[in-house]
Write a protein that binds this ligand. Structure first.
Ligand code: SAM
Length: 180
């Protein structure tokens, strides 16, 4: 079985974070993650919204609510690689070549307050620029650099809707029409 790449979003707050957290899930799926895990509040609706994107545009994103710190601890104990995205970290383009790819990878994105243990547990604390900005931007840029061009030209074999990128207008192929 190929090694996995999952994204863990820490400290989710259902009252405040649904939109940005949905965007983290969408970036995870579109740029090639196998799973998107949330710690903090549970939110079935958020997972169902992500599921409906996969139903239409293909791919399979495992979505789970987890206990963040214990999930991270177990991941590392089991030999996994943990990459924490933080503005205090090592510049991502310097860090990526040093990160091993033969183990399952967990990318950790912080919430309102990141526990200090996250910095210690993760083998890699990685910055996308050493300025505070957005978790969505940090994740997208990191995944683009991690996967290279494959990140943004990814095709999903089981897609029902496939967009053909054009300069003018919108071209969407509905593959379910082909079976009629
Ligand atoms: N105040 C929080 C803390 O205790 O560090 C950070 C809040 S920030 C809006 C939320 C998340 O965005 C961070 O935990 C980090 O994962 C990500 N992030 C923000 N700026 C980043 C940067 N320059 N490089 C990497 N990740 C970044």
């Amino acid at each position: 079985m190929p090694e996995r790449l999952d994204v863990l979003r820490l400290g989710y707050r259902k009252g405040r974070d649904p939109r940005i957290t949905t965007h983290l899930g969408l970036v995870s799926r579109a740029f090639g993650a196998d799973g998107f895990f949330l710690s903090g509040d549970e939110d079935k609706e958020l997972f169902s919204n992500l599921g409906s994107v996969s139903d239409r545009f293909g791919g399979k994103l495992d979505c789970n609510h987890v206990s963040g710190m214990s999930y991270l601890r177990k991941h590392v104990e089991n030999g996994g690689v943990a990459i924490h995205l933080t503005m205090y970290g090592e510049p991502f383009r310097e860090a990526i070549p040093k990160i091993r790819r033969d183990k399952s990878v967990l990318i950790i994105v912080g919430g309102a307050k990141v526990p200090g243990d996250v910095y210690k547990l993760c083998q890699h604390n990685v910055a996308v620029g050493n300025q505070p900005h957005s978790e969505v931007a940090a994740l997208a840029l990191f995944m683009d650099a991690w996967f290279g061009e494959a990140a943004s030209v990814r095709q999903f074999e089981d897609a029902r809707l496939v967009i053909e990128g054009v300069n003018n207008g919108k071209v969407v192929h509905d593959l379910s029409d082909d079976t009629k």
